[in-house]
Ligand binder design. Structure first.
Ligand SMILES: Nc1ncnc2c1ncn2[C@@H]1O[C@H](COP(=O)(O)OP(=O)(O)OP(=O)(O)O)[C@@H](O)[C@H]1O
Ligand SMILES: Nc1ccn([C@@H]2O[C@H](COP(=O)(O)O)[C@@H](O)[C@H]2O)c(=O)n1
Ligand SMILES: [Mg+2]
Length: 238
């Protein structure tokens, strides 16, 4: 069940608040874990009684998360929420936080969890779905803990697209979608962030027995066959 967490946060929900600046208290753009959340939150009533099936989708930059999520969504009826897409949308809006988000993304660092979790929660609230693929999240232990504490749920499954660095770099540099972080300098920084901050999250879910490691090298349709096997398996009841 959705677990309620005490009182309404003034800065998570106020459109006038400078949530990123406040989130900086106890959090940082490098993603250092902060075990005590600087806020608490009351869920929107629309989410309170749902028990959605949540799958986190992890992997380095260019490992194919977005590509595979589209296939999973189409085949298994999940709603695909990409944390990066939500942040880019916020960055291109008139949000007070747009410049800060842009600077963090350009620098290949991690946006404070309060901001990202708020965007994910809003997207979940505004959806009728009860099956979510959350792509590119949690990127850090701080992200993971914030999601658990704010949303009060854990993923049922976690996919990890395992891809060699050289392949990821080539894919990102060939992507050609106009992303501000698709350049060699930012990719190098993102790979470092992945190694230092995201791998511990992957290790955490591995130890919990929730991780499904996918070999992300090869043709996208072949890779999807490995993914299909995960969702077809009886222990993963969607
Ligand atoms: N199996 C594959 N083989 C070759 N290219 C691929 C494969 N899967 C995806 N690509 C291409 O690689 C690029 C990166 O893929 P995608 O955007 O899905 O990765 P991602 O993990 O979501 O990356 P990011 O974390 O940067 O958002 C895209 O241009 C995509 O078309
Ligand atoms: N949990 C997250 C996810 C993403 N970011 C920032 O967005 C950039 C792009 O993310 P993609 O998933 O689309 O690759 C990423 O490099 C981060 O700067 C984040 O901060 N937190
Ligand atoms: Mg992506």
């Amino acid at each position: 069940m959705w677990k309620r967490v005490s009182t309404l946060s003034p800065f998570l929900f106020s459109s006038k608040s400078t949530s990123l600046a406040r989130a900086g208290h106890g959090w940082n753009a490098c993603g250092s874990p902060a075990m005590d959340l600087p806020f608490s939150v009351n869920y929107a009533s629309s989410l309170r009684d749902k028990t959605p099936f949540i799958t986190f989708v992890l992997g380095g930059p260019g490992s194919g998360k977005g590509t595979q999520c589209e296939k999973i969504a189409e085949t298994f009826g999940f709603t695909h929420l990409s944390a990066g897409d939500l942040l880019r949308k916020e960055m291109n809006s008139n949000s007070e936080e747009r410049t800060t988000i842009l600077n963090i993304i350009q620098d290949g660092k991690i946006v404070p969890s309060a901001v990202t979790v708020k965007l994910i929660m809003k997207a979940m609230e505004s959806s009728d779905s009860d099956k979510f693929l959350i792509d590119g999240f949690p990127r850090t232990e701080e992200n993971r803990i914030a999601f658990e504490q704010i949303i009060g749920l854990e993923p049922k499954a976690v996919l990890f697209f395992d891809c060699p660095e050289e392949e990821m770099v080539q894919r990102v540099l060939n992507r050609n979608q106009g992303r501000v972080d698709d350049n060699i300098d930012t990719v190098k920084k993102r790979l470092k962030v992945f190694e230092t901050l995201s791998l511990p999250v992957i290790d955490y879910y591995s130890k919990k027995g929730k991780l499904h490691k996918i070999n992300a090298v090869g043709d996208a349709d072949e890779i999807f066959e490995q993914v299909r096997a995960v969702f077809d398996a009886p222990e993963v009841t969607i």
